[in-house]
Write a new protein. Structure first.
Lengths: 314, 327
């Protein structure tokens, strides 16, 4: 899991570099600082559980097993991308690995998560849906409607609020009437917990416990994961709405450094081994850039092939 | 064939598709215990149970989105809007999520969902409850939009919509729920393809292109015009998207004169699109400029006399026909 966290970080650093080199277009939201959240959550579920998230989605695909080649190629808008270059940074999808997107209208995917969980329950499966969203989503109508439906129909969803303290440039204090986000869940009679999102093990263990109880008896749960993004909201945001001191405080609490220290203390990791893992992550990210660069774009004559689904003719 | 109402036809379509495919479920406000605000889902709860006929709270955005999510993982939801005027609250789900998913995922996730319910102006419901939404939805690539005008079309199109692998909107005609028409017996499978118009009445002097609530209007006008020796051909589009250009062109090539009568507002409307396509493709067939009869471009007034003035009516349609016929 340390390897995955490092891969996410190195991938995002490469994405940042390639964005600045204008190889990547549109918006690009980086996950650096939040790595422990998705890594911990994915470690707590089965491969066939459903995962859906908002637009800061690169890490969720990587954590689900989408190759860094396919992720980087998507950012480059190439046909080899995980959405064939038709989705872009905010719309990563990988059906095979049960990654149900990348959704860029804030809060609008929470009803979709309700539907996915509804389907699992409808079919009598014990699948759990993990629905990630940011602290900005909790003030959207779609979010509230979905939470009510999820609670009303007792759907097997873990609602994971990645609270990085800012909805774009607006702090939670300036956007939300509650003292703590988790209290939103109480209004819908959904059990809620606060988890330290900079601590991989805490995320994993708390999620594992919740997921286990949902599998036994379908019901929703809400987790406010407190985390921090080191970069701006997107590549075009210098994040001048927060202080250097605040950023430094969180950097000292870095999720990768923390897990490294834990493992080292326990004698499970040497500096040498860490450097090896990190080197591998850097190489993988660089290889992904090369792969994306040399990949072809979707040919123009296929422009109309992805508007309506047609059953393949035998 | 036997005569049933538009409402019964829809009910049969729902029951047959629920029976055929266990992945189909019906969800919406008042669809289960209340049997539908317009009684379209009468008896379905008793027959299929609460697992498949599901009442929702008043949360159009929420349950429309729930349907999209369920469709992404293989179910075939039928989402009822109590009226399509309320679908505007779910616009983001219908326009941004349902049709975009297939493209944005590079073809990995199609969304086999049906959104259905009454659409178009009814009677003195005021501006918020009188929307015809076909133009709004036909504008979004990835959606299909149909507008049945008869019980037979209602049944055949709804069944096809449920089986389609893409998001389809079945815009039912609010004023026609109690209208009657001949429909094949229940043991005979009735599927009407999307994108296939139907000539509801043959004629030689003028083509009247219509759909939904304007079909009975056009048929009544045609009977009246017959008395004045004007023979009108009635082309019911049935589907707005895909649009059956061929049927329109064939009729216009025969009559050389055309009036489009639509239940929606004029600006950026169905009539504008049909008109553009006719002049672009078969300009030489035209013997007169194309005329269009639509709503007036104002929010719908409550006052009955004013409401009538806003809507297309026989007087307006006859005047337009006479103009293109130079009669």
């Amino acid at each position: 899991m340390l390897a995955l966290m490092l891969l996410i970080r190195r991938f995002e650093e490469r994405a940042s570099q390639q964005y600045q080199a204008q190889k990547i277009g549109g918006f690009c939201h980086l996950y650096i600082g939040q790595e422990a959240v998705v890594t911990g959550a994915v470690a707590a579920v089965r491969d066939d559980d459903y995962i859906i998230t908002a637009y800061r989605d690169h890490a969720h695909a990587l954590a689900r097993g989408t190759s860094s080649d396919a992720c980087m190629a998507e950012l480059f808008g190439k046909e080899t991308g995980c959405s064939r270059g038709l989705g872009g940074s905010m719309h990563f999808f990988d059906k095979k690995n049960h990654m149900y997107g990348g959704h860029a209208i804030v809060g609008a995917h929470v009803p979709l998560a309700a539907g996915m969980a509804f389907a699992s329950k409808y079919r009598g499966e014990d699948r759990v849906t993990l629905c990630f969203f940011g602290d900005g989503a909790i003030n959207q109508g779609a979010f509230h409607e979905a939470l009510n439906l999820i609670a009303l129909y007792k759907l097997p969803v873990v609602l994971i609020c990645e609270n990085n303290l800012f909805a774009m440039g607006t702090s939670v204090k300036r956007s939300t009437s509650l003292k703590q986000i988790v209290d939103r869940a109480e209004g819908y009679d959904i059990p809620g917990e606060i988890v330290d999102g900079m601590n991989f093990r805490e995320v994993r263990d708390k999620l594992a416990e919740i997921v286990d109880s949902i599998r036994k008896d379908p019901h929703p749960a809400f987790v406010e994961v407190r985390t921090y993004r080191y970069r701006g909201h997107s590549m075009s945001d210098p994040a001048s709405y927060r202080t250097k001191e605040e950023l430094e405080k969180y950097r000292l609490d870095d999720p990768i450094t923390r897990l490294r220290a834990q493992l080292t203390r326990e004698g499970k990791l040497t500096n040498e081994r860490f450097d090896q893992i990190d080197k591998k992550a850097k190489e993988t990210a660089l290889t992904a850039v090369k792969f994306a660069e040399k990949s072809p774009e979707l040919p123009l004559e296929k422009l109309y092939d992805y508007t309506y689904f047609k059953k393949p003719t035998a | 064939m036997r005569e049933i109402t538009y409402r019964q036809a829809l009910n049969e379509a729902l029951a047959e598709e629920l029976e055929r495919d266990p992945n189909v479920f019906l969800m919406g406000e008042e669809v289960a215990e209340y049997h539908g605000a317009y009684k379209v889902s009468q008896g379905l709860l008793e027959r299929f149970g609460p697992k498949r006929i599901i009442d929702t709270p008043i949360s159009e955005n929420g349950f429309a989105g729930l349907g999209v999510g369920a469709a992404m993982v293989g179910l075939r939801p039928i989402i009822e809007f109590m009226t399509f005027s309320f679908s505007l609250v779910a616009f983001d789900q219908v326009v941004n999520n349902a049709p975009n998913m297939f493209t944005m995922s590079g073809g990995q996730f199609n969304v086999p969902i049906t959104f259905r319910g009454p659409n178009g102006p009814a009677h003195q419901l005021g501006a918020t409850h009188s929307h015809a939404t076909e133009c709004l939805y036909a504008n979004a690539p990835g959606l299909k939009v149909c507008t049945p005008a008869t019980p037979r079309d209602a049944k055949g199109l709804l069944k096809t919509a449920v089986r389609d692998d893409n998001p389809v909107l079945v815009l039912e005609a609010e004023l026609l729920y109690s209208s009657k028409g001949m429909v094949e017996p229940p043991d005979e499978e009735l599927l009407i393809p999307l994108g296939e118009a139907e000539v509801k009445r043959e004629g030689g002097d003028v083509s009247i292109v219509c759909y939904a609530q304007t079909v009975p209007l056009a048929l009544a006008v045609a009977a009246q015009l017959e008395e004045e020796d004007i023979s009108a051909e009635i082309v019911d589009l049935r589907s707005i998207k895909p649009l059956d250009e061929r049927a329109i062109f064939d009729s216009v090539a025969k009559t050389h004169r055309v009036v489009i009568v639509e239940q929606d507002r004029p600006f950026c409307g169905v009539g504008a699109e049909v008109c553009y396509r006719i002049q672009k493709n078969i300009f030489d067939e035209l013997d007169a400029p194309i005329m269009r009869v639509s709503q007036e471009d104002v929010p719908m007034p409550y006052n009955e006399r004013l409401e009538k003035a806003v809507l297309p009516n026989a007087g307006k349609l006859i005047a337009a026909v006479k103009k293109v016929c130079y009669a």
